[in-house]
Write a protein that binds this ligand. Structure first.
Ligand code: KIV
Length: 276
């Protein structure tokens, strides 16, 4: 167990402005989810740049069938737990379902995730009306990570968890949405389940980093759900982009280090873990 008297030398904290510097310098960003202090500490020790408290906690921690029942109180609680385990990684908290129906409500929700949870950035799914929320938060000095492609809070509308932006019109819409979230002030963009060629085009067009999950190796960084990286079955169909790093890493910290190394040297994701 890592304890507070762990003697290893801490890394410099990862700041929001350093994300664009990493993209400019061609350094891939490594992002991973966490939901509690113990795993957060292990992940930080393993050198991950960004820790996301995802609303995926609804499925992997709470055992629910989607992210929709996750509440703001759940997110604040788990974000605060994770914050206590981190020393250097940048902490991003997901804004849960219907916590940003208007810019004012988005501000109330984001303020709780920063002030009570200790997050440095919040993540919002989608574009459309969400662009106003992003602008409203950024104008009030709240850093935003946008999330496009397969946006799990829209699973009812999307009709399932499928690859997004495959056809010409849908691909163009996703590309335009990516430009729009950057123009609205987002500092980071997660692209989930998007064909590799489209993610490559988007990454080349933006100055902010893109973080892929099922979006190919040309994104500026990669994210996985911690439980997927550790090979824990969620009770749901295992998506193509998931890779169990525990086998090669040999321990939790070893698995996270193996993931981080594979992201940084471009070895993950390969074609087998991406969509055409
Ligand atoms: O909730 C989550 O964990 C996420 C990641 C899969 C990007 O949104």
């Amino acid at each position: 167990m890592y304890t507070s008297d762990d003697k290893s030398k801490p890394r410099a904290p990862i700041s929001v402005p350093s994300l664009r510097v990493a993209k400019r310098d061609g350094r891939k960003l490594v992002m991973l989810t966490a939901y509690d202090a113990g795993f957060a500490r292990a992940i930080d020790t393993a050198g991950v740049d960004i820790v996301l408290v995802g609303d995926s906690l609804g499925m992997v921690v709470q055992g629910k069938s989607s992210t929709i029942p996750v509440s703001l109180a759940d997110m604040v609680y788990h974000t605060a737990c994770v914050a206590r385990g981190l020393r250097s990684a940048l902490l991003v908290a997901d804004m849960p379902f219907q916590s940003y129906p208007t810019p004012e409500r988005a501000l109330d929700s984001a303020a709780r995730l920063l002030a009570e949870g200790g997050a440095a950035m919040v993540m919002l799914e989608g574009a459309g009306h969400v662009l106003d929320c992003i602008r409203f938060l950024v104008e009030r000095d709240i850093p935003v990570c946008a999330h496009l492609g397969l946006t799990p809070q829209s699973v009812m509308k999307l009709g399932g968890y499928s690859v997004q932006g495959r056809e010409g019109e849908a691909a163009q819409r996703l590309f335009d949405d990516a430009l729009a979230v950057e123009a609205a002030g987002a500092e980071l963009l997660v692209l989930e389940c998007v064909p590799s060629t489209l993610a490559k085009r988007i990454s080349a067009a933006l100055t902010i980093p893109t973080i892929g999950i099922g979006a190919g190796s040309d994104c500026d960084g990669q994210v996985l759900v911690l439980h997927d990286l550790l090979g824990l079955a969620s009770g749901h169909r295992r998506p193509r982009f998931v890779k169990d790093f525990l086998a090669e890493g040999g321990s939790v910290v070893g698995a996270v280090r193996a993931f981080a190394a594979a992201v940084r040297d471009g070895g993950f994701p390969d074609a087998e873990h991406s969509y055409d």
